[in-house]
Design a protein around this ligand. Structure first.
Ligand SMILES: [Zn+2]
Length: 297
C-alpha cells in the first residue's frame, strides 16, 4: 500500500551556531525529537571533519578507504558533540540483525564492532551511531520506557523490513508500545534518484507499488508505511526529505560518487536524564532549534 512520506520538518541550517560550542562540526536535529530534554540526537553532514577528498571531510567509516587517523579524529569530534558519551558503531552489512547495546555478545573484546544493522538501547550515556551515504538512518524513541533505536535501512533493509524487526525487538526488550514511538528518517536517496533498473530481481514484488517513473522507487514512503504497519502513528513520523544524491554539497552519496565517505546519524539518552518520564501525548512536539544534539535552545 503506497502512501506519501511523513512531514518534512527538520530544523535546517543550524551550522553557524555550532562553532561557538565545544563541538566544531555541524548537524541538524528533528524538531519532534529535540523536544525531549532527556534525549540527544544529531544528523551530521559531511562538513567540518579531517578527511581529504574524496572523503571530505567528516567521514566516520573505517571501511571505505579513508585514512584511519582521519576517521578516528572525526569520530572523536562526534564524541565531543555528545559530551564525551560512549558512541557505539556497528559493522553494517545490509542484513536484518538488531543488536541490543550493551549486549552479552559484544562489542567484542578486541575492539571490533558488532555486526548488525540496527542498534537499540535503554542505557543512558550510550549513543548509537549509524553510518550512511544514500541508505536511510531511521531513529526511534520510546519516551515511556526511555529507549532508543538507530536503524540502517538501505533497499536491502527495506526488503527485509528491518524497521518492523527493530520495533518488535524494542517491544521484546523494553516493553515498547509502538504507538508511543517517535520516528525520523534521515537524509537519504530520494524518489528523485532511487533508480532500480534491476528491480525485478532486487526488490520483492510486494514493494513494486513504490515504483515511479523511470524505475525510481520511493523508499521514504515505503519506510513510513513499514513504520505504520508496525504500529507507529503517522503524526509521529518525520522525514528529513533531503536526497543525498541531490545534496552532495552537504552529504555523502554512494550513487553520486561511488568512492566516498559515510556521514553519521546518532541518537542516545543523556547520562543525566533525570526528570519525569513522558506520558504518551497525542500531538507531535513543536519544532525548535538546537545547538547541541537534540537539546532545545
Ligand atoms: Zn535526488
Amino acid at each position: 500500500m503506497k502512501s506519501t512520506a511523513g512531514n518534512t520538518a527538520l530544523t535546517r541550517e543550524s551550522e553557524p551556531d555550532i562553532g561557538q560550542h565545544a563541538c566544531s562540526v555541524t548537524f541538524d536535529v528533528f524538531p519532534h525529537l529535540a523536544g525531549f530534554p532527556e534525549l540527544q540526537h544529531a544528523v551530521f553532514t559531511r562538513k567540518g571533519g579531517n578527511s581529504t577528498a574524496p572523503f571530505d571531510s567528516l567521514n566516520v567509516s573505517f571501511g571505505v578507504g579513508d585514512e584511519s587517523d582521519a576517521v578516528a579524529r572525526n569520530r572523536e569530534l562526534l564524541k565531543v558533540c555528545f559530551g564525551n558519551a560512549k558512541l557505539v558503531y556497528c559493522r553494517q552489512v545490509h542484513g536484518d540483525r538488531v543488536v541490543r547495546v550493551p549486549s552479552a555478545a559484544g562489542p567484542t573484546g578486541d575492539g571490533r564492532p558488532t555486526v548488525g544493522d540496527a542498534l537499540i538501547t535503554d542505557a543512558p550515556g550510550t549513543v548509537l551511531v549509524i553510518q550512511v551515504a544514500d541508505c536511510q538512518a531511521v531513529l526511534l524513541y520510546d519516551p515511556v520506557n526511555r529507549a532508543v533505536a538507530n536503524i540502517h535501512s538501505g533497499w536491502r533493509g527495506s526488503a527485509v523490513d528491518i524497521i518492523g524487526r527493530t520495533v518488535a525487538a524494542m517491544s521484546r526488550h523494553f516493553g515498547t508500545n509502538p504507538q508511543d514511538l517517535h520516528a525520523a528518517i534521515g537524509p537519504s536517496l530520494g524518489p528523485c534518484c532511487a533508480e532500480f533498473v534491476n528491480y525485478r530481481t532486487e526488490i520483492p514484488r510486494q514493494y513494486w507499488s513504490y515504483r515511479g517513473a523511470g524505475d525510481r522507487f520511493d523508499f521514504w514512503s515505503l519506510s513510513c508505511d513499514q513504520m505504520r504497519a508496525a504500529g507507529i502513528p503517522t503524526q509521529r513520523i518525520q522525514t528529513d526529505g533531503r536526497c543525498t544524491r541531490c545534496r552532495t554539497d552537504r552529504f555523502f552519496s554512494y550513487r553520486a560518487a561511488k568512492t566516498t565517505g559515510r556521514f553519521a546519524v546518532a541518537i542516545g539518552l543523556r547520562r543525566n536524564g533525570s526528570g519525569r518520564r513522558h506520558r504518551p501525548v497525542a500531538s507531535a512536539h513543536a519544532g525548535r532549534r538546537s545547538r547541541q544534539p537534540g537539546r532545545g535552545s
